[in-house]
Design a protein around this ligand. Structure first.
Ligand SMILES: [Zn+2]
Length: 356
């Protein structure tokens, strides 16, 4: 039985740091365990220029503890204000290189109201991204049908994979694309067939590997987009991970909200996992019997896609039961509950692995 594993320091290809007091509270948690993090731009207002990204990067670096080696990789939001000129500037910038452009479906998740109705409308920007090699990071869900009606949120990812993604791949044969937080069987099949290093990759969260719709629907802490799917879908996502493909890797999508927004009648979308994400991934890989694939998934495949070397530092995880008993508290006194918490998660949950 393996009870300890040492890997290169992980790479989080998808994290939300928010702003202000929340950012100051959560950034050190990611900085402690990850070598680099791709930072999502859905702040309010969104990050849509290189200068805004540079300002945001400063705020993030200011929240990192002294001596921290975690590098934030900045992104911009695909809004109608984003231009091809800005893409060119971001690709070349020494001060604040832009590592990707995030596309959100109109109206689908926190602060996503600035997006295009259809990604296919953003022709000039996509062409320029293809030319300079800047990745497109997709929240791959259809949220509204052509007549403006809401689609079943459990069907949104499937519709995107069947309708939009093939057209994107055809129209921009060299564009680097990452399908973020893959959550369905259809997406897993598509990526297994069409995924390719440096061209089409997918990231997977710990919560989409760990939980299922049956248990998630009544738990505010597990409410997120894409929604957590059925056990059968989760099995397909786990099988994809188990294949150890070089174009599949970790992106926590850690997305904190204060207690007041999470435990309300309409809980905000987003799972806060930064304090437990690496531990949960390790637990899942252990359950699947593929701990030997953990380092590629957490620490190698992600940097490869972004053209970066893996970390030279390492972390060690040990098999040791523990529970999350406290929330993170911001300097304004707001509580932020991570998943895995023994009262607010699924009830007396035990985590099996711990970072030493
Ligand atoms: Zn996200």
């Amino acid at each position: 039985m393996t009870d300890s594993v040492t890997i290169k320091k992980p790479f989080d290809s998808h994290v939300h740091f928010r702003q202000g007091a929340m950012l100051r509270a959560v950034t050190p948690l990611t900085a402690a365990k990850f070598s680099r993090a791709v930072v999502m731009p859905n702040t309010d207002p969104p990050i849509e220029t290189v200068d805004q990204a540079a300002e945001y990067k400063k705020e993030i670096l200011g929240a990192m503890p002294q001596g921290s080696h975690c590098e934030p990789l900045m992104t911009v939001y695909l809004t109608k204000n984003l231009t091809a000129v800005e893409i060119e500037k971001g690709a070349k910038s020494n001060v604040c290189k832009i590592y990707g452009v995030k596309s959100y479906p109109y109206g689908a998740t926190t602060n996503s109201q600035w997006g295009y109705r259809s990604i296919l409308e953003a022709k000039e920007v996509l062409k320029k991204m293809e030319e300079v090699g800047m990745p497109l990071l997709l929240h791959g869900e259809v949220h509204m049908n052509e007549s403006g009606g809401e689609v079943d949120p459990y069907e949104g990812e499937r519709l995107f994979i069947e309708d939009i993604l093939p057209r994107l791949l055809d129209s921009y044969p060299k564009l680097k694309i990452s399908l973020e937080h893959l959550s369905t069987a259809v997406a897993a099949d598509f990526i297994e067939k069409h995924g390719a290093e440096g061209r089409l990759v997918a990231t997977i969260t710990p919560h989409h590997l760990l939980y299922a719709r049956e248990e998630a629907e009544s738990r505010p802490l597990l409410r997120c987009k894409p929604l957590i799917k059925s056990k059968a879908e989760r099995e397909k996502v786990r099988l994809l991970v188990k294949k150890g493909l070089p174009f599949v890797f970790a992106g926590t999508d850690s997305a904190p909200h204060p207690e007041s927004k999470k435990f309300s009648a309409t809980p905000a979308f987003g799972v806060f996992s930064a304090p437990v994400a690496i531990e949960l991934y390790t637990q899942i890989f252990d359950e699947l019997g593929v701990l030997n694939l953990l380092e590629n998934f957490l620490s190698i495949n992600g940097p490869n896609f972004y053209g970066l070397p893996p970390s030279e530092e390492t972390i060690t995880l040990v098999k040791k039961d523990w529970q999350v008993t406290e929330p993170v508290v911001t300097d304004e006194g707001e509580k932020v509950w991570p998943i895995g918490h023994k009262e607010h998660g699924l009830g007396n949950e035990t985590l099996r692995w711990r970072v030493r």
